[in-house]
Design a protein around this ligand. Structure first.
Ligand SMILES: C[C@@H](C(=O)O)C(=O)SCCNC(=O)CCNC(=O)[C@H](O)C(C)(C)COP(=O)(O)OP(=O)(O)OC[C@H]1O[C@@H](n2cnc3c(N)ncnc32)[C@H](O)[C@@H]1OP(=O)(O)O
Ligand SMILES: [Co+2]
Length: 141
C-alpha cells in the first residue's frame, strides 16, 4: 500500500445548514462549498476547506432512509466523525492489496465527490475506522 495524503475527514451531520453555520461562525472557516447531492451514494455533501490545501472536512447528511449515514446518525444523533479518506496513486492496486489482506471492501469502486474512483473498507477490519480510499486527482488536489 502506498499511503498518500489525508484528503478528507467525513463528518456525519443531522442538519447540513446548521453544520455549515457552525463551521463558519464557531470555527471561522472561510471556504465552505455549496452542498450537492450524490444520489447514488445516498448522501448530501459539503466540503469545508482548511488553509494551504489542508485536509478537508466533508460534511455528510443523509438522503433518504437507506443512506449509509442514516444508521450512524441513529446511533449518534449529534453527528460525528464518520470516515477518513486517504489518497493513493493507483486505486486498482490499492483495492487488490486490501483484498489480499483479507479486508472487507464495501461495494464496488465508484466515482467519489472529487470525481476520482473511491472504495470503502469496513471499519471492523480497520481498527474501528471506516476508511475511504480515493485515487489522487490529476495534478494533485
Ligand atoms: C461521497 C463520498 C466521497 O467522499 O466521495 C463519501 O464519502 S460517501 C460516505 C457515505 N458512504 C459510505 O459510508 C459507504 C460505505 N459504508 C457502509 O457500507 C456502511 O455505512 C457500513 C460502514 C458497512 C456500516 O453499515 P451499517 O450502518 O448498516 O452497519 P451497522 O450499523 O450494522 O454497523 C456495523 C458495525 O460497524 C460500526 N460502524 C458503522 N459505521 C461506522 C463508522 N462510520 N465508523 C466506525 N464504525 C462504524 C457500527 O457501530 C457497528 O458496530 P457494532 O456491531 O460493534 O455496534
Ligand atoms: Co468521503
Amino acid at each position: 500500500m502506498k499511503l498518500g495524503r489525508l484528503n478528507h475527514i467525513g463528518v456525519a451531520v443531522p442538519d447540513m445548514e446548521a453544520a455549515r453555520a457552525f463551521y463558519r461562525d464557531s470555527l471561522g472557516a472561510t471556504e465552505i462549498g455549496e452542498p450537492f447531492d450524490m444520489i447514488e451514494q445516498g448522501v448530501r455533501v459539503c466540503f469545508v476547506d482548511t488553509p494551504n490545501g489542508g485536509t478537508q472536512v466533508e460534511l455528510l447528511a443523509p438522503l433518504g432512509e437507506d443512506s449509509p449515514v442514516s444508521g450512524f446518525l441513529g446511533k449518534n444523533p449529534l453527528g460525528g466523525q464518520h470516515h477518513l479518506c486517504f489518497e493513493v496513486p493507483d486505486i486498482a492496486e490499492a483495492r487488490a492489496e486490501f483484498e489480499g489482506q483479507g479486508k472487507r471492501i464495501l461495494g464496488p469502486t465508484r466515482i467519489g465527490a472529487h470525481g476520482t474512483p473511491i472504495f470503502f473498507v469496513h471499519p471492523k477490519d480497520m481498527g474501528g475506522v471506516l476508511t475511504e480510499i480515493m485515487e489522487t486527482p490529476e495534478g494533485g488536489h
